[in-house]
Design a protein around this ligand. Structure first.
Ligand code: HEC
Length: 182
């Protein structure tokens, strides 16, 4: 009698264990799948030639102190786009328009200041604080700094293009300073 109940109890526990491991496995796949793709720092794909290429186009900066990005330099933006498609679009959607993760080309950033430096930092260190979501890992360990910079340049070029095309409201329009007549 004792042995039977022990066995049935054991069976129940093992079934439960299988279920827990199974659910854990399923739940984990979606989260770790992307991180598991690459776990070591990949070689920088942004070439020295591209970095040194002369540039006279528009610079993107959120303020004078911000990191200035060459958002019209094709080789830089293209490099960022390729990294984005490979590592980010899975969660942030095509062209950064949002998906599981927030929109990255709408000119609004809820998790940091809207500056190139702050966004670059978010991508490098991730958002691991569970109270903030905790769904995004740190990419600074698998993507080189210059390539992360090119991803931000791509995001900003896409954001600028979308503002010009009227797809999103220009978040940078400031109210005219009040001028008092003499
Ligand atoms: C596993 C899904 C996932 C992947 C892959 C991912 N992100 Fe995220 N990301 C998120 C989520 C979800 C958030 C919102 C914060 C949270 O819930 O942790 C976020 C937040 C962000 C933010 C802050 C946005 C804001 O509004 O301030 C930036 C910037 C960002 N991600 C950039 C990237 C870039 C660039 C890549 C690719 C290198 C990337 N993410 C890859 C899921 C992901």
């Amino acid at each position: 009698m004792l042995s039977i109940s022990f066995i049935s109890l054991f069976r129940r526990f093992s079934a439960l264990a299988v279920a827990v491991v199974g659910i854990g496995f399923l739940a984990n796949v979606s989260v770790t799948e992307v991180y598991a793709q690459e776990s070591t720092l990949a070689d920088q794909t942004l070439t020295q030639e591209c970095i040194e290429q002369p540039y006279s186009g528009t610079m993107h900066q959120s303020s004078e102190a911000d990191l200035a990005l060459e958002i019209e330099k094709d080789c830089l933006v293209q490099n960022g786009r390729e990294w984005y498609d490979r590592r980010c679009s899975f969660c942030h959607g095509g062209a950064g328009k949002g998906g599981k993760g927030p929109c990255l080309t709408c000119g609004k950033f809820a998790y940091s200041a809207n500056s190139n430096m702050a966004i670059l930092t978010t991508i490098s260190v991730g958002i691991t604080n569970k109270s903030l979501g905790g769904a995004m890992g740190a990419f600074g360990t698998t993507i080189s700094g210059m390539d992360i910079l090119s991803i931000v340049a791509y995001m900003r070029s896409e954001e600028t293009r979308r503002i010009a095309a009227g797809e999103i409201k220009d978040p940078y329009i400031k109210e005219e300073a009040m001028v008092f007549p003499d």
